[in-house]
Design a protein around this ligand. Structure first.
Ligand code: NOJ
Length: 728
């Protein structure tokens, strides 16, 4: 798209508007300001927003919500500004508007993109009816960093898994028609490589090769663009020395030109201004110039383009052509959303809270996201007829289960507690409760009470984890253990010798140290959202058989990070059959491998996943490039005595390549439900995209090289069953 000469839909309308806009009005379309959530129309800082809207110097507002406030502001823009261009209202609707679904990391653990689609559909319906047009989601930052709090918002460590979820969520938010009253424009964020932050410290430096950029970080964004995502948000980090907000290589060469993205790029919050702190821009004018010229189309919160744009234009430091292109992209979305025809929302039709149906979807999806890490001796599921149960821990009677990023109104709809849900699920049991310890802090004074209850109960459920406040943005942790004295609580309950199970509620992989060995069963529930307690009880009592899998590796200790399944081999890999070898790549003071591998997750039943059978064991590289595929068929059998879900996982390894390849790459997965004794065959097409890789030296090129490929099938990244495919 080239602004005034665009051939996109609405080209003539856009051209007409561009022809009538002053330079200031064009720059105004590039401006997004924040409404301060705690003030109403005409109050406090909203004056600035209202004035800009009235003068036609504002394109978008974030953090405004509700039909009354959005209509109020929209009226100013449409009825009082010179050209009457409607405003675009955006908000971070990350995993729910009223109805909070499980956090995105949990959703990825479902290995069922339908889970994210349901979140997106419910969110879009609730939010659009409240005057919102645009969500700053989905986040799709691949990361190897559990210390990074924002891992909670991502799909974990795998590019393919992130890509599948990103595409599903974009499609579900946007539907086929953005003008529909139950759809939202989506935003693929954060472009790019934000998850590579050094040390997991938020906003930190990322130095990444072109090969890793394209093979690891970009695939989810490409999938989102292919799914038609309306907008993309720039990332706070630098990419090999060039801030993502001023990076023409990623924003223009790759996103807009190579991929043909016709939406617009929004900066992150003051991301344009931060070019000065990075030491990349000399001042505000320079920051505006660098970001617009690199490909940013809309500036969130800082105002450098609006402030300095007229001078930059006069001095020729930004071009009218580029400005028109940015404006045209923004106007195009406003047309697609139908805002020129229907700028207001029907105040009488707003969804005002979670419906029963939305709650049911949140409950069902939350249970689908849970991962049974451990279940020695089949202690789970619990019998609802158990005589007595103790429910202890800082999160047993807590509503802090919604996770990071809840929408402004969602706080009015707290999570169902585990205690309440256990009482409901086991109505005849005597259920006792003690907190034991707080979520943080070192006071162990409450432990004896919890221990007394555990001694007195048939079984104890210990609910431990992370408060939402230490997950998400700007919430990096150096230590991934259970915070505070929670480990002491688990140890004290274990020391009673009575049966117990641990439920983890958290936003990132935790390290589990010795307490893990003492716990017969551990259920990873993540931050499950509004129906948290019910979903946890559904799994604990077996109404739902857990089938989630880890979307990210769980390390043994923070010192082992980064540890991820799709790593390259060194020239001296550790060999389990030679545990005493010295000159190999390993830690002297740590057992080899992670605590839990990517893709791990148990069930109350058992499965056998067979070796893949290939439709052919030889194929020409040229045929693959022309679109041919090889089918890998994998048969999975429920060998236990309960109906349950298994996630069949397919991994590939390019054995010898001109650029060292990951030891395994996930290239297919399918979650299936099987009755006892039942089996099914899952088929995965493997094409060029699955077998090839981006070469990073010279002109970047996607290539499929001749040679042998190992194709693995199984139910975790440790999949052992394999076949060899030869590409000639
Ligand atoms: C900063 C975050 O990085 C981004 O994800 C979010 O969408 C914006 N703030 C707007 O709230």
């Amino acid at each position: 798209m080239t602004g005034a000469t665009t051939t996109a839909p609405y080209a003539s309308e856009i051209e007409d508007l561009l022809g009538r806009m002053t330079a200031e009005e064009k720059l105004g379309q590039l401006q997004q300001l924040s409404w301060t959530g705690d003030t109403g129309p005409g109050e406090g800082q909203t004056h600035e927003v209202e004035t800009a809207a009235r003068l036609g110097l504002l394109g978008s507002v974030l953090n405004v919500a509700g039909p009354r406030h959005t209509n109020y502001l929209q009226r100013i823009a449409v009825e009082e500004s010179r050209l009457g261009i409607p405003l675009l209202f955006g908000l971070d609707i990350i995993h729910g508007y009223w109805t909070t679904f499980p956090i995105p990391l949990a959703q990825a653990a479902s290995f069922d993109p339908g889970v994210s689609a349901r979140d997106a559909e419910v969110s879009a319906r609730e939010a659009r009816s409240n005057g919102l047009h645009w969500t700053f989601a989905p986040m799709m930052d691949v990361t190897h960093e559990p210390r990074w709090g924002r891992i909670a918002e991502s799909g974990g460590e795998d590019p393919y898994l992130n890509a599948v979820f990103a595409a599903a969520k974009v499609r579900a938010y946007q539907g086929d028609d953005l003008a529909a009253p139950d759809r939202l424009a989506a935003c693929a964020k954060h472009f790019a490589a934000y998850g590579g932050a050094e040390g997991g410290r938020d906003y930190n430096t990322v130095d990444v090769s072109e090969a890793r950029l394209r093979n690891l970080y970009l695939p989810p964004f490409k999938a989102a663009v292919d799914a038609g995502v309306a907008t993309v948000m720039a990332a706070f980090n630098t990419i090999s020395g060039v801030p993502a907000h001023a990076n023409p290589h990623t924003l223009t060469d790759i996103l807009k030109e190579e991929w043909g993205f016709d939406g617009f790029v929004v900066s992150d919050w003051t991301g344009v201004h931060e070019l000065i702190a990075h030491g990349f821009a000399a001042d505000g004018a320079d920051a505006g110039r660098l970001s617009l010229n690199a490909g940013v189309d809309m500036e969130m919160v800082s105002t450098h383009l609006a402030d300095h744009g007229p001078r930059l234009l006069t001095e020729g430091r930004i071009s009218e052509k580029r400005l028109d292109d940015a404006v045209a992209r923004i106007l195009l979305l406003k047309f697609r959303l139908g805002l020129f025809d229907r700028p207001y929302v029907d105040e009488g039709a707003a969804v005002t809270g979670p419906t029963g149906e939305a709650r049911a979807a949140a409950r069902e999806t939350a249970a689908r996201c849970m991962v049974l890490l451990k279940n020695d001796g089949g202690v789970l599921p619990l019998d609802p007829a158990t005589g007595s149960l103790a429910v202890v821990g800082p999160f047993a009677d807590s509503t802090d289960l919604l996770g990071t990023w809840i929408a402004p109104g969602a706080a009015g709809f707290p999570a169902v507690t585990v205690l309440d849900a256990v009482r409901e699920a086991a109505p005849t049991a005597r259920v006792t409760h003690a907190r034991g310890v707080a979520a943080e802090g070192h006071d162990t004074g409450g432990i004896p009470e919890a221990v007394a209850l555990a001694r007195d109960a048939d079984l104890t459920v210990v609910v431990v984890g992370e408060p939402a406040a230490i997950t998400g943005e700007a919430a990096t942790r150096a230590d991934l253990a259970l915070p505070g004295a929670q480990r002491d609580l688990v140890a004290a309950v274990a020391a009673t010798g009575r049966p117990f199970v641990v439920v983890l509620v958290n936003g990132r992989p935790l390290t589990t140290d010795e307490w893990l060995d003492s716990a017969p069963a551990v259920l990873e529930a993540w931050h499950p959202g509004i129906e948290a307690g019910h979903a946890i009880a559904d799994v604990l009592f077996g109404a739902v058989n857990p089938g989630g899998k880890l979307p990210v590796t769980f390390p043994r200790t923070a010192g082992q990070i980064p540890v991820y399944y799709n790593h390259e081999n060194t020239g001296r890999p550790y060999r389990p059959e030679h545990p005493d070898e010295k000159y190999v790549s390993r830690y002297l003071d740590l057992d080899e491998g992670p605590r839990f591998v990517f893709g791990h997750g148990l069930s109350y039943t058992t499965f056998d996943v067979g070796a893949p059978s290939l439709s052919t064991d030889r194929i020409e590289a040229g045929a693959l490039r022309a679109g041919a595929t090889v089918e890998a068929a994998v048969t999975v059998h429920n060998t236990g005595d309960r109906t349950g879900d298994e996630v069949v996982q397919l991994y590939v390894h390019d054995v010898v390549a001109s650029q060292v390849q990951p030891v395994r790459r996930l290239r297919g997965f399918r979650r299936v439900t099987l009755a006892p004794g039942e089996s099914t065959t899952v088929r995965f097409p493997l094409g060029a995209e699955d077998l090839g890789f981006w070469e990073g030296t010279g002109e970047p090129r996607f290539t499929v090289e001749p040679g042998d490929f190992h194709i693995y099938a199984g139910n975790s990244a440790l999949a052992e069953e394999k076949r060899t495919l030869t590409v000639t």
